[in-house]
Design a protein around this ligand. Structure first.
Ligand SMILES: [Zn+2]
Length: 136
């Protein structure tokens, strides 16, 4: 069985995946110079930054919040962040240091399934087949 790991996607307009990378751990995604450079060079195009929590929780971690705050400050504009966990996905729109609302995503984008697959997560519910962009 493949090893579970956290995976990160940079997502642009129309749910286009701009870049991705992966850690070798199911519970961490250490900061990397390469990721920061990928984010900076694509900063005009990034709409959403998504990562997986293959063993949960279905929530942002304390470390995620610190990273999100730093990114929003560095990029100087609001960014949507999301966490894809085995049984669902949460999202928030982070503007600055203010409190933000975390919402459960009802209709997951196609790349949520990709993120689960790349993270070696168990599929949440086989009756709910994710749509590809072509099907929408
Ligand atoms: Zn996280």
């Amino acid at each position: 069985m493949a090893t579970k790991r956290e995976v990160l996607l940079l997502v642009g307009e129309d749910d286009v995946v701009l870049w991705s990378d992966a850690s070798d751990s199911p519970v961490a995604l250490p900061d990397s110079r390469a990721r920061w450079e990928a984010i900076w060079s694509r900063r005009e195009r990034i709409v959403e930054i998504a990562h997986s929590h293959p063993v949960g929780p279905q929530a942002f971690s304390r470390e995620d919040e610190t990273t999100m705050a730093a990114l929003v400050t560095a990029l100087g504009r609001p960014i949507t962040f999301s966490v894809v966990a085995p049984n669902g996905m949460v999202r928030c729109n982070k503007k600055n240091d203010e409190a933000y609302e975390v919402t459960l995503v009802e209709s997951e984008p196609w790349w949520a399934a990709l993120l689960r697959h790349a993270s070696s997560m168990q599929a949440p519910d086989t009756s709910k087949t994710p749509k590809t962009p072509q099907e929408e």
